[in-house]
Design a protein around this ligand. Structure first.
Ligand SMILES: [Zn+2]
Length: 303
């Protein structure tokens, strides 16, 4: 069976049905970037608990469904505009950035491209250098071309090597420059919108598979946690070579984020058996009277 990585998925907003469907479709690993909640946080404690969830409970929960979970830690661009709060969040970041399973600083960058966003983007690029982690850049949805160019310019001003930086939410307008400058170019597949699977197929046909990464960015909005396997299926249907599908829907994400030293293929090729009786800080994924899924150590994840 094919294996896929979804390197951008906000799992805390998704259900156990999603996890089961993803595993069934071949998703073996996901990366959950820290982002905002759909409404602004009002206290630093809210960030602290959220980051703890990303490195703790959610990582545990994913594993109970046979999916390896990694995350990125960062102050998102929208909330960088609350400077008083942003200052407090900056103090938290180094503590979480160095936890197990954290594969990048992100998603950071620009939203409205304000002075405050610029300030905290730069500070977090410095943090990434300090902790030697890759960077995941969120490019703005408005004025995208300019914001994408600026994200890379500023990253270079701070001396980050392009191979350590994943630029996400690309489209036809931005992809060429991002690839030409040596960055990883990630694409978020949004159902019924601008960047759908059909357009992704055309991009891979045109640019080939090198440094291109497909993700779902599935969150609390209308989104599809199966976007990566579905896009792979569409590529297959259009005759895109199997090796190009493997690179764009699996290997490139692994190569980019394994530069963190926190993610390797053996994590899911030789996983611990699923045991839903296990608890994290006293809680399991089970609810009253449910039968836990328990694999013996000889079972493979496919069973
Ligand atoms: Zn996101």
């Amino acid at each position: 069976m094919e294996m896929y990585i979804d390197p951008h998925l906000h799992a805390v907003s998704r259900t156990t049905d999603d996890y089961e469907a993803m595993r069934k479709a071949g998703v073996v690993a996901i990366i959950e970037p820290a982002f905002w909640l759909g409404q602004p946080r009002t206290e630093v404690g809210s960030f602290k608990d959220y980051f703890s969830t990303l490195v703790g409970w959610e990582r545990f929960r994913a594993k109970q469904f046979g999916i390896m979970h990694y995350c990125t830690i960062g102050l998102n661009s929208k909330e960088a505009n609350n400077e008083a709060l942003a200052e407090e969040v900056m103090e938290l970041l180094p503590l979480f950035a160095t936890k197990e399973g954290v594969v990048a600083i992100g998603e950071i960058g620009y939203d409205d491209q304000t002075a405050a966003e610029d300030k905290y983007y730069r500070l977090q690029l410095e943090l990434a250098k300090e902790v030697e982690l890759p960077v995941l850049i969120h490019t703005p949805h408005r004025d995208k071309k300019k914001g994408t160019t600026r994200s890379m310019d500023v990253s270079e001003e701070h001396g980050l090597a392009p191979h350590m930086v994943i630029v996400d939410h690309n489209n036809e307008e931005t992809v060429k420059e991002v690839l030409d400058r040596g960055y990883w170019a990630a694409f978020t597949i949004y159902p019924h919108t601008k960047m759908g699977s059909d357009r992704m197929v055309e991009i891979v046909k045109k640019y080939g598979p090198e440094r291109i990464i497909v993700d779902s960015a599935a969150d609390w909005g209308i989104s599809d946690p199966l976007a990566v396997p579905k896009t792979a299926a569409l590529m297959r249907k259009h005759g895109i070579p199997e090796e190009h599908i493997r690179l764009t829907c699996y290997q490139n994400a692994l190569t980019a984020y394994s530069q963190s030293g926190q993610m390797e293929e053996s994590d899911w090729l030789n996983p611990e058996p699923i045991d839903q009786r296990l608890k994290h800080a006293g809680n399991s994924v089970l609810r009253g009277g449910q039968t836990p899924r328990v694999e013996s150590s000889s079972d493979s994840v496919e069973n």
